[in-house]
Design a protein around this ligand. Sequence first.
Ligand code: UDP
Length: 389
Amino acid sequence: MTIKSGSNRGTIKTILTLFGTRPEIIKLAPVIWAIERRRDIWRSVTVSSSQHTDLLRPFIREFGISIDHDLAVMTPGQTPNAVLARVIEAIEPLLLTERPDLVLVQGDTTTAIAGALAAFYARIPVAHVEAGLRTGNRYSPFPEEMNRRLITQLADLHFAATSNNVEILIAEGVQKNCIVLTGNPVVDALQHILARSTASPSLSKLLDSITNKRLIVLTTHRRENFGEVMSSHLKALRRFVERHQDIELVFPVHPNPSVRAVVDAEFTGAERVHCIEPLEYADFLHLLSRAWLVVSDSGGVQEEAPSLGKPLLVLRDTTERPEVLDCGIGRLVGHSGERLEEMLETALVDKTWLSIVSTTENPFGKGDAGEKIASAIEQFLTAGEGDIS
Ligand code: UDP
C-alpha cells in the first residue's frame, strides 16, 4: 500500500486543522499543541467553521488556540445539508491559497465530513482523529454515524482511540498500515485543563450549597432524543430526585431550542434540580469530578466519565463506545423513562458498581494521544509515501 503526501513548498509542511463544534475543539486542541511544538518543520493553519458559535468560543480561549480562518457558516435553524454546502464552498478557496500537505478532521460532525470531502476533491491527504467508531445503525446517531463512515472512505490516515476501533476499520477494509492506535485526545485535554484550573466562583458557590449531597450531573441534547424520549427521561429524573432528599441534580442545558422547550416543560419548579447555562470546559470537568452519578447522551462524556472514574448511565439505545460498557463503568439506558428510573434506584443500592468504577483502567488511553498523532503525521509527511505502522 502506498500513500502519497500532498505537494508542498520546500521543507516546511502545512497542516490544516478544521473544527467547528465543542467536541471537535476539545479533541483537536491536544493535537494542535503537538503540531505547534513542531514549528521548526510544520506550519499550523487552524480553521473554524463556527458550526457552533457561542458554545465554541470559550473553548478556543480556554485551550489557547488561535484561529487563522473563520468560515462563519452558522445561521439560525440551519440543516445539516446547509452546513455541509456552506463549509465545502467556504473551504475550497482556502485549500487553494494555503495549499496544505494534510487536512486534519475529527469525529463525525457535518464540518468534519465537509472538510474531508473538500480535501479529497483537492487531492490533499486527509487524517481522521477518532476513527472507527460505529453503532452499526446508520440512523443513530443521526447524521453522525453516516458522517463517520463516509470520512473513513475519504481519509488516508486513521487515528483510532481503542483496539476495538482498529478492528472495525480493518473489518471494513481499511489497510492496517494506515491505522494508528493512539488513545483519545479527550484524555489529554481533560488532564491538561484539570491540572491548570480550579472551579469558578459561581460553580464553587453552587457546589458549596449542595455539600454532603449525592450529585447527579445530567447532559442531554442528542437529536434522536428530542421530544417524547427526552421528556420521559426528564420526568423519570424528576421523580427520582423528589423521592430522595439527599440527591441534587445539576444540568447544564444545551442552548438548542428543542432541548430548552422540554426542560421548561419538565423541570420548571422541580426541587433540588439546578438547570444552569452550559459550562466552560474547566468548570464542566470540576462538576463531573464531584458527581456521584453521571447521566448523559453525549459522546465525549462517555470518555470523560471513565477518565474521572465516575459511573455513567448512557441515555441512548446504542453506543459507538462499547468500551465504556465493557469496562463496567457505563450502563445503557435506552429510550424508556421507566427503565431509567429503575436504573437510578439500582445505582443507589449497587455498591459493587461504584467500587468497580473507581478502580477500572481508562479504556480511552493515558493522555498521550496528541503526541502519538503528531508523530504518525510526521512519519507520513517525512516519508512522503508508504507505511506508517
Ligand atoms: N461539555 C462542556 N460543558 C457543558 C457540557 C458539556 O464543556 O456544559 C463538554 C463535555 O465535557 C464533552 C463535550 O462538551 O466533552 C460534549 O459535547 P457534546 O455533548 O456537544 O458532543 P458529543 O460529545 O456528544 O459529540
